[in-house]
Design a binder for this molecule. Structure first.
Ligand SMILES: Nc1ncnc2c1ncn2[C@@H]1O[C@H](COP(=O)(O)OP(=O)(O)OP(=O)(O)O)[C@@H](O)[C@H]1O
Length: 320
């Protein structure tokens, strides 16, 4: 469904490299999680896929293809056809993506009219049905409510309904459950997993929390300072991390026995774009770093995954 090859994103007037060498694939009905600290490049990567990079950010290299269409060469009209149709997205703050002065139902009905070509008389029943499919109880009452009358979890469900109204092949969810309380977060994640299963939706899920990714994603790509440092099947990466940064992320994730969770953040800070060291970007914070880590390090295949660490094969790291 989605294929990203060697993506490079630059930011600012000087064209500072913020994301590099990002390659990933998501098949139909599969879910891939992008995980990493704030500033690691997850959002720039998924915004490049959606064609909505912030001002000043540019795709400076690489190729993005969606179901055979090369997105890197699309013009504005081409993007308008793709976005909301073959690819849709949900973000962290659902209220800001809805019009506060229109009912939820009217906004969903409008999407159904635009994206599925339904006539006015047909949209209400289809919208209520879609809200129900999103696990919203009393869907016909919710249809007539305004965004401020709904809880955060309900709003996110309504926004997911709007996102899938056009029957997209790929849904991008960027920190879509981060602001919700844990029980509601778990329910919305379950809904996303369910949509993937029932509709064959491919899911690209961005989160700073490995526990969130663990709940819904078949595979995970761990980002650090603008690069992927480890990518592989989620269960294996969690049980047996190969990159010291993944191991460190596991210590702060709310996985498994929460009493074992080390709430102290990983000491130090990631380097910023423009100040990346020539060698391993994690070396300054890594307890396993040696002189070899000062040399540039590429991604290499180790068993079932790719890892950007010269010591990947020799380290015995602790999983969860
Ligand atoms: N428009 C921009 N101009 C300049 N720098 C930017 C811009 N957008 C992002 N960056 C920088 O690029 C890097 C990657 O940002 P990105 O938002 O992709 O990270 P992230 O992993 O998604 O973090 P977050 O969870 O905070 O969104 C960061 O260092 C950020 O400061």
């Amino acid at each position: 469904m989605l294929r990203v090859d060697d993506l490079r994103v630059t930011v600012g007037a000087e064209g500072t490299e913020a994301v590099r060498q990002v390659s990933l694939t998501v098949h139909k009905g599969e879910s891939l999680g992008l995980v990493g600290e704030s500033g690691s490049g997850k959002t720039l990567t998924c915004r490049a896929v959606l064609g909505v990079l912030p001002p000043g950010a540019t795709v400076a290299g690489g190729r993005i293809t969606l179901d055979g269409t090369d997105l890197t060469t699309l013009d504005r009209r081409g993007w308008d056809r793709i976005r909301g149709g073959r690819v849709a997205a949900v973000f962290q703050d659902p209220a800001s993506y809805l019009n506060p002065s229109l009912t939820v139902g009217r906004q969903l009905a409008e999407q159904l009219r635009l994206k599925r070509g339904l006539r006015r008389g047909e949209t209400r029943a289809a919208a209520v049905e879609l809200l129900e499919a999103m696990g919203i109880r009393r869907a016909s009452a919710v249809f007539g409510q305004y965004p401020h009358e709904l809880s955060g979890g309900m709003l996110q469900r309504a926004l997911i309904a709007i996102a899938v109204a056009g029957d997209p092949g790929l849904l991008v969810a960027d920190e879509a459950t981060t602001a919700l309380d844990p029980a509601v977060q778990a329910e919305v994640l379950e809904l996303l997993a369910d949509l993937r299963e029932r509709r064959g939706l491919a899911l690209l899920l961005v989160s700073h929390d490995l526990a969130v990714v663990a709940q819904v994603c078949d595979r995970v790509a761990v980002f650090y300072a603008g690069e992927i440092v480890e990518q592989g099947p989620t269960a294996d990466v969690i049980a047996n991390p190969r990159h010291p940064y993944t191991e460190a992320l596991l210590r702060v994730a709310s996985l498994g026995d929460w009493r074992r969770r080390d709430l102290a953040v990983i000491p130090g800070r990631p380097p910023e774009p423009g100040a990346y060291p020539p060698g391993c970007r994690f070396a300054a914070r890594c307890g396993f770093a040696t002189e070899r880590c000062a040399e540039p390090v590429g991604l290499a295949g180790v068993d079932d995954r790719v890892v950007r660490c010269v010591r990947a094969a020799e380290l015995a790291l602790v999983g969860a």
